[in-house]
Ligand binder design. Structure first.
Ligand code: NAD
Length: 291
């Protein structure tokens, strides 16, 4: 059992924190949205009125926030995690953010004697609910082993992928693949329907062959029904495509398909669909053919 401070109780963090409570940890949570803190209290966690209250006495601090600026503010800010906790604490950022921000946080943590891991996740809201997330961790091996029991309460595929920031690079690779697959499933749906083929039957048989994939398994029903409640918001996937392209630039490599798919995600956002599920890329693909 660990004393855990949990910051960011949104679509993912709410379920992850609740799973840690169920696993027997003492979890104190904070979110800028009071209703999110109330939800944790109903799940058996301890509500905190502010950040300092959530991390007070914590052995482990977990952050699950939208993007790099929020993580930087919460961790590095004047009233942030590093200013509040004592040396020896393990800080695990499970948000999807820029690898260089993760490295900055690790360096600042080391100066304060705080151990830091970047450990973004994949598996979506269902993975968070079922504690079946894939967890890709960057940082020191000893810190990863210290965090492993907590990771095992949250996920199923748990891999130490390298040093600080490596978890975020793997997550960027995950996100470019997921967006690409959503784009291709969208194109398959548009082709099937425009050709007078039943989309449901078409996708059913595709799911059993070489084109089978998790997006088809998890999202084909809602995509065919044009139901796009999140899930994972277009706004957040747009952020991740920016991280993927910036990482490619930093690594000196060309990712042409990622560039095209990033523009589809950007178009969905520009058209006002930022708060819909990322499968709403289908709307853009349909619009290109005036469907
Ligand atoms: P979300 O927007 O639902 O949750 C983020 C939470 O952080 C919100 O409740 C928000 O109020 C809170 N927050 C923002 N700023 C804060 C601050 N300064 N202090 C305290 N709380 C603050 O987002 P989400 O879907 O839960 O995603 C969280 C992270 O996980 C993102 O980086 C996202 O890219 C990643 N992710 C999401 C999914 C998914 O399917 N939703 C899957 C894998 C990874």
């Amino acid at each position: 059992m660990s004393r855990i401070g949990f910051i960011g109780l949104g679509i993912m963090g709410s379920h992850m924190a609740a799973n840690l409570v169920r696993a027997g940890h003492s979890v104190t949570g904070y979110d800028v949205v009071p209703a999110a803190v109330d939800r944790l209290a109903q799940a058996g966690g301890k509500p905190a009125a502010d950040l300092a209250g959530a991390v007070d006495g914590a052995e482990v601090v977990i952050t699950m926030l939208p993007d790099s600026p929020q993580v930087a503010e919460v961790v590095l800010g004047p009233n942030g995690v590093l200013a509040a906790v004592r040396p020896g604490v393990l800080l695990i950022d499970m948000s999807s953010i820029a690898p260089e921000t993760s490295r900055e946080i690790a360096t600042a943590g080391a100066e304060r004697g705080v151990r830091v891991l970047d450990a973004p996740v994949s598996g979506g809201e269902q993975g968070a609910i079922k504690a079946s997330l894939s967890i890709m961790a960057g940082g020191d091996a000893a810190d990863f082993e210290a965090a492993r029991p907590i990771f095992e309460d949250l996920g199923r595929t748990i891999v130490h992928v390298g040093g600080h920031g490596a978890g975020q690079t793997v997550k960027a690779a995950n996100q470019l693949m997921v967006a690409g697959i959503i784009g291709l499933v969208s194109e398959a749906i548009v082709l099937l329907e425009a050709s007078g083929v039943d989309g449901e039957r078409g996708l059913e048989v595709l799911a059993g062959g070489l084109a089978g994939n998790r997006i088809l398994d998890l999202k084909s029903t809602t995509m065919l029904a044009r139901r796009f409640e999140p899930g994972f918001r277009i706004d957040l996937h747009h952020k991740d495509m920016g991280i993927a392209l910036a990482s490619a630039r930093a690594a000196g490599v060309a990712l042409p398909l990622t560039g095209v798919v990033a523009q589809l995600v950007a178009a969905a956002r520009a058209q006002g669909h930022g708060s819909l599920d990322h499968s709403a890329v289908l709307k853009v693909v349909e619009q290109l053919s005036a469907r």
